[in-house]
Write a protein that binds this ligand. Structure first.
Ligand SMILES: Nc1ncnc2c1ncn2[C@@H]1O[C@H](COP(=O)(O)OP(=O)(O)O)[C@@H](O)[C@H]1O
Ligand SMILES: [Mg+2]
Length: 260
């Protein structure tokens, strides 16, 4: 298994592979229709954001891609194979870091290989601890960490499994604004270095525009994905291009408010 995959050149001529595809994906919980016959493709190497109000089905869609939930109808395909259950190649990062309090920082990062009965690759773990800036804290226990540090450990623990796809469910929403912005930048840097594809759930328009290559705007009441917007804008939050993209995405929600 490769530790750090080399990033291929992303020239214009390159056709991007589809990493995840949903085919007529329908999910109900009893009488609640979350979405109906949803079709979406997530391309290799992109950061694909799921943006929408609380209860619209973002977590449900992420869990279906992870294999933590079963479709009511249709299916999810990961590299052309039907998703039938969880797989560490699709790593999940939750809003709450869920660290193991009795393990050290290093012990938490080594958790995945440990439970699979593999000897953790100490160089890889060192590398991850350095990338998240916590090499000095490797012996600390989760109780000694700030919220931002704990979420970094949670991210590193998922990355220690060497996933191809990272699935993140509002991972920074419980953190203060400054820490959020720092972690957003760290995540973008990690994505580039590790050649990852990611699905990032958020209800924050600015976060989606900053992070996303594309944003799927979702509606509630069974609507599913209303529109997929290109959001490959420059990373300057103060630029006119950035503000314009935020307005465009916000406009997609305004329509809904006016329609009601
Ligand atoms: N395990 C469950 N059982 C019943 N209903 C659920 C369950 N999980 C989610 N739902 C319902 O499905 C809808 C979508 O929920 P969710 O995916 O958590 O939304 P979001 O993450 O966008 O806030 C909501 O109406 C929610 O109440
Ligand atoms: Mg959710």
């Amino acid at each position: 298994m490769s530790q750090v995959r080399e990033t291929e050149s992303h020239g214009n001529e390159e056709v991007r592979e589809v990493t995840v595809e949903t085919r007529d994906l329908t999910k109900r919980y009893g009488d609640t229709l979350v979405f109906d016959e949803l079709n979406v493709e997530i391309e290799e190497g992109e950061m694909f954001c799921l943006l929408g109000p609380s209860g619209c089905g973002k977590t449900t869609l992420l869990h279906l891609i992870a294999g933590l939930e079963e479709p009511t109808d249709g299916g999810v395909f990961f590299e052309d194979d039907r998703v039938e259950g969880p797989d560490y190649r699709r790593g999940v990062v939750f809003q709450d870091p869920h660290l193991y309090p009795w393990r050290t920082v290093r012990g938490n990062v080594e958790f995945g290989p440990d439970v699979r009965g593999e000897k953790p690759d100490s160089e890889h773990v060192d590398h991850l601890l350095r990338m998240i800036g916590l090499e000095e804290f490797e012996d600390a226990k989760p109780g000694e960490l700030s919220g931002g540090m704990a979420q970094r450990v949670s991210l590193a623990r998922t990355l220690a499994n060497d996933p191809e796809l990272l699935l993140l469910d509002e991972p920074f929403s419980a953190l203060d604004a400054m820490t959020q912005m720092k972690l957003q930048d760290e995540l973008l840097a990690l994505m580039g270095k590790l050649d990852l594809t990611a699905v990032f759930v958020t209800h924050d328009i600015e976060e989606a525009v900053y992070l996303g290559d594309r944003i799927a705007v979702m509606g509630d009441g069974g609507e599913g994905i209303r529109k997929v917007v290109d959001a490959d804008v420059d990373g300057d939050r103060d630029s006119e291009e950035f503000a314009e993209k935020k307005r465009e995405v916000f406009g997609l929600f305004k329509e809904e408010i006016q329609d009601d």
